[in-house]
Design a binder for this molecule. Structure first.
Ligand code: UDP
Length: 149
């Protein structure tokens, strides 16, 4: 089973979208294995977005992520990394398809509501950055045999 890191960004929290976003992952058939509501330190935000540190938007992105609490989560399921990116939609909400989270709720790239790991290796490093082993629950959903052949 694959795992991915998902974060509801400060705008998603402030706009009251936590419940809807969690529902989308739950009803799709993925299993929640870790979740915390937290304020993000500059150090953590800079590490998480370290790949973008030379980009012009890096400073404002770190300011934004640290400006208000986020919901950090780990979700599990078959091909969850790719599938979560599909549920989330394209980075720029102007072009994200309707029906995706960013497509339904976002207007601008700097306020695009949610983060999802872009590859299996990224997911592994992001999960390790945001969660300790003890914060992740290993369990099996009773719906598993109805979700998977
Ligand atoms: N971002 C931004 N301005 C840009 C490009 C990206 O503010 O011109 C922000 C945006 O919040 C995005 C994040 O930086 O979600 C990370 O960018 P990435 O290209 O990794 O997109 P993602 O993986 O989040 O779709």
């Amino acid at each position: 089973m694959e795992r991915t890191f998902i974060m509801i960004k400060p705008d998603g929290v402030q706009r009251g979208l936590i419940g809807d976003i969690i529902s989308r992952f739950e009803t799709k058939g993925f299993s929640l294995v870790g979740m915390k509501f937290m304020s993000v330190s500059r150090e953590l935000a800079e590490k998480h977005y370290g790949v973008h540190k030379e980009r012009p938007f890096f400073g404002s992105l770190v300011d934004f992520i640290t400006s208000s609490p986020v919901v950090a989560m780990v979700w599990e399921g078959d091909s969850v990394v790719t599938s979560a990116r599909t549920l989330i939609g394209a980075t720029n909400p102007i072009t994200s398809a309707p029906g995706t989270i960013r497509g339904d709720y976002g207007v601008t790239i700097g306020r695009n509501i949610i983060h999802g790991s872009d590859a299996i290796e990224t997911a592994q490093s992001e999960i390790a950055l945001w969660f300790s082993e003890e914060e992740l629950a290993t369990w099996e959903s009773c719906a598993k045999s109805w979700l998977y052949e």
